[in-house]
Design a protein around this ligand. Structure first.
Ligand SMILES: [Zn+2]
Ligand SMILES: [Zn+2]
Length: 144
């Protein structure tokens, strides 16, 4: 582990602090209605990590959790309301929002749930209709 890079992140107020170590499994943008509605933003920039890559270093007791479906446990800071992660227990991955780990060089490799897109992004990066087949989706791509 010692030669792996760690990136520090925090909630909006700083009461919750954490690190992610190594490299994310995937990075990209999610356009699903759930992410848009929960975040109140047009698109969610995600970075997916194995659960063991994430370490809460401060304020673990401040983390709130809500799950509408068993696929996504959304987490935020109960002091400031700032969003932190979405745990995807069925996929064995945690989405750490790119916006809360500013040091990580974010490079989108895929757009997911593009059929639900509200904000079209013409960046030449692959647009998945929903999610890759290995995550239970159709694996189909679509035009920008
Ligand atoms: Zn906070
Ligand atoms: Zn989403």
């Amino acid at each position: 582990m010692s030669n792996q890079h760690s990136y520090e992140g925090s909630c909006f107020c700083g009461e919750v602090r954490f690190t992610v170590t190594g490299e994310p499994q995937a990075m990209g943008y999610c356009h699903c209605e759930s992410c848009r509605h929960w975040s109140a933003g047009p698109v969610n920039a995600f970075t997916l990590w194995k659960p063991e890559a994430l370490e809460i270093t401060r304020g673990a007791d401040k983390i709130g959790t809500y799950h509408k479906t068993p696929a996504s446990y959304r987490k935020w800071c109960s002091s400031c309301g700032g969003h932190l992660f979405t745990d995807h227990p069925e996929a064995g991955l945690i989405d750490v929002y790119a916006a809360v780990i500013p040091e990580l060089p974010f490079e989108a490799g895929v757009h997911v749930h593009y059929q639900e897109a509200f904000l079209r992004i013409k960046d030449g990066v692959t647009k998945m209709k929903d999610v890759p087949a290995e995550l239970g989706g159709s694996g189909e791509t679509m035009a920008e």
